[in-house]
Design a protein around this ligand. Structure first.
Ligand code: FRU
Length: 469
C-alpha cells in the first residue's frame, strides 16, 4: 500500500483513539506504551549522538498483530521520552506484510536501521528481506531497500537482524529456521552494511551440544559482557517443564565465546532471562558510559494477550523498564537502570511481622522486601506472590480460562525489589539474580497486602509519572 495512505490511516487512528487510550487508568505512568494499537518488540535501541533512541514494533491500526510499522521515541535520560516521526511504514513490496524487528547503528555519523521486510504470498508461503533505512535531515528514515535476500537452506522465517561493529567490520546475527524446521542463529559479515556474507550458524537446535531446541529462534542479540559473549535469543517450540519454559515462547541466553573469524560460539546452558508471565523479544545496547542496557517487551504473542482489558480502550502492551546487565559467575544479573531512582519520592520504611505490615498503595511504586522467611503478598487482588522457603510462586487466574496459573523461581530468597506501574509489576529477585515481569489489572488504586508471621523489612517509594512529552 502507498506510504501516504498508510500514514493517513495511522494518523486517523491516533487522532481518534488517543484520548480514550490516554484516559485508561491502566495506562502506565512511567513505562513506554503505544499511543493506540498494539506494541510489541523493542527495536533499534541505541545511544546516538548522546541521545537514546528506541524504536518499536507497532500496529497503529488495530490491537492485533499484522503488518507492523516502526514507531520511534527518543530520550536524553531514559526517563523523559519524546515522540519522533514515525520511522517505517510497510509500504513497499519487500516489506508488504510488515517492517519486522531489527536494530540500529551509527554509520559514518548517520543513524541507520537494519530490519526485516516480511512478505507473505497468497498460497501461504513467505519470504523475508533484510533491509536498510537511513535517517534524513527531517528525522524520518529513507529506505535503501533489501540488502540481503533469503539465504539458501532456510525457510521464509529469517528475521530480526542485530548488527554491531567489531574490528572494523559489521557483524549481524539473524534468527532463522532451517529447512528441517530447526531454529538457528546465523552470523554474517559486511564492510558497508550493503552487501553481506553469511559466515555460518553459530547456535541453534542441534548445535553446540543442544538437542532439539525449538523450530524457530527469534530476536537474537549478541554482545560482550565481562570477558564473555552473551547470545540472547527467543526459541519457539520448547516444551514446558515443571518449573521452566512455562510461557508459550521463551526468551533466554547462552554465555560463551564468539570466534568472529570462524563463526563458532561454544556456549553453556540456556537460561531464561525472566520468569514472569509477560516478557519477550528483549534488545540491548551499549551506553556511552559503558553499561549494557536491556529493554524487553512486557508481552508474549500467545493469543491470550487479547484478553487484556486495555484492548477495549484501543491499546495493548508496554515495554519493560530499562535494565542494566552484568555477568556474575556466568549468570546475567539484571537491575533497574540507575536513572529510575530519580522517579522516587517519599521513602517509607517498616519492620515487623509481615501480617502486621501497612497496606501500601503500589499504583506506581518501588517496594523493597527483605526477608528469608515465608510470606505472601497480594498485588491489588489480581496477582499473588508466595515464598515458602524454597519456591517463589507468582500466581494469577488465566485471563482466558479463569484457571489458576503460576510461574516459579527456586533458590535462597533474601531480597525483592518490586517495581509497579498501574498494570505491571517487575519483581527483581536477590538484586537481579532473576526477574519476574507481568502485567496485571488490579483494582485501582492498587494495594499491596502482606501475610505471614515472621519478620520482614520493607521500604516503599512512590514513583513519579514521566513518560512521553
Ligand atoms: C517477535 C517477533 C519477531 C518479528 C516481530 C514481528 O515478537 O515475532 O520475530 O520480527 O515480532 O512483529
Amino acid at each position: 500500500m502507498k506510504e501516504s495512505t498508510l500514514l493517513k490511516q495511522a494518523l486517523r487512528q491516533v487522532m481518534s483513539g488517543q484520548v480514550q487510550a490516554a484516559a485508561d487508568p491502566y495506562r502506565p505512568g512511567w513505562h513506554l506504551a503505544p499511543a493506540v494499537g498494539l506494541l510489541n518488540d523493542p527495536n533499534g535501541f541505541i545511544q546516538h549522538n548522546g541521545r537514546y533512541h528506541l524504536f518499536y514494533q507497532w500496529n497503529p491500526l488495530a490491537c492485533a498483530h499484522g503488518a507492523k510499522f516502526w514507531g520511534h521515541w527518543s530520550s536524553a535520560d531514559l526517563l523523559h521520552w519524546r515522540h519522533e516521526p514515525l520511522a517505517l511504514a510497510p509500504s513497499e513490496a519487500f516489506e508488504s506484510h510488515g517492517c519486522y524487528s531489527g536494530s540500529a547503528v551509527t554509520d559514518h555519523g548517520q543513524l541507520t536501521l537494519i530490519y526485516t521486510g516480511n512478505v507473505k504470498y497468497a498460497d501461504g508461503s513467505r519470504t523475508a528481506f533484510q533491509c536498510l533505512a537511513r535517517q534524513n535531515a527531517e528525522g524520518g528514515f529513507d529506505k535503501i531497500g533489501p540488502v540481503l535476500d533469503l539465504p539458501a537452506g532456510y525457510s521464509g522465517h529469517v528475521r530480526d537482524p542485530k548488527v554491531w561493529r567489531h574490528n572494523n567490520h559489521w557483524y549481524m546475527v539473524l534468527g532463522a529456521q532451517d529447512l528441517a524446521l530447526r531454529g538457528k542463529v546465523l552470523l554474517l559479515r559486511s564492510e558497508d552494511l550493503l552487501s553481506w556474507h553469511t559466515l555460518g550458524e553459530i547456535a541453534g537446535s542441534g548445535l553446540n551440544g543442544l538437542g532439539e531446541f525449538g523450530y524457530m529462534w527469534e530476536c537474537p542479540d549478541l554482545f560482550r559482557l565481562a570477558d564473555h559473549h552473551v547470545l540472547l535469543c527467543c526459541p519457539q517450540g520448547l516444551s514446558a517443564e515443571a518449573d521452566r519454559y512455562l510461557n508459550t515462547f521463551q526468551s533466554g541466553y547462552f554465555v560463551g565465546q564468539l570466534d568472529h573469524q570462524n563463526a563458532r560460539f561454544p556456549h553453556g546452558d540456556f537460561s531464561e532471562l525472566d520468569l514472569g508471565f509477560e516478557f519477550y523479544a528483549p534488545q540491548t545496547t551499549q551506553t556511552d558510559d559503558g553499561r549494557r542496557l536491556l529493554i524487553g517487551w512486557m508481552g508474549i504473542p500467545d493469543g491470550d494477550e487479547f484478553y487484556q482489558p486495555t484492548v477495549k480502550q484501543g491499546w495493548i502492551h508496554t515495554m519493560t523498564c530499562p535494565r542494566e546487565l552484568t555477568l556474575v559467575a556466568g549468570k546475567i544479573i539484571q537491575q533497574p537502570a540507575r536513572e529510575l531512582q530519580q522517579l522516587r519520592s517519599m521513602m517509607q520504611q517498616w519492620q515487623g511481622i509481615a501480617g502486621d505490615a501497612p497496606i501500601w498503595n503500589i499504583t506506581q511504586a518501588e517496594v523493597e522486601i527483605e526477608t528469608e522467611h515465608p510470606f505472601s503478598a497480594d498485588f491489588g487482588g489480581d496477582l499473588q506472590l508466595q515464598w515458602d522457603g524454597e519456591w517463589l510462586r507468582l500466581t494469577r487466574n488465566n485471563r482466558r480460562s479463569g484457571l489458576p496459573e503460576q510461574r516459579l523461581w527456586r533458590g535462597n530468597l533474601r531480597h525483592l525489589t518490586v517495581l509497579s506501574d498501574r498494570s505491571s509489576v517487575e519483581i527483581f529477585i536477590n538484586h537481579g539474580e532473576s526477574v519476574m515481569s507481568s502485567r496485571y489489572f488490579p483494582a485501582l488504586p492498587a494495594r499491596l497486602t502482606l501475610k505471614g508471621d515472621r519478620q520482614i523489612t520493607l521500604r516503599h517509594w512512590s514513583l513519579a509519572d514521566c513518560v512521553i512529552e
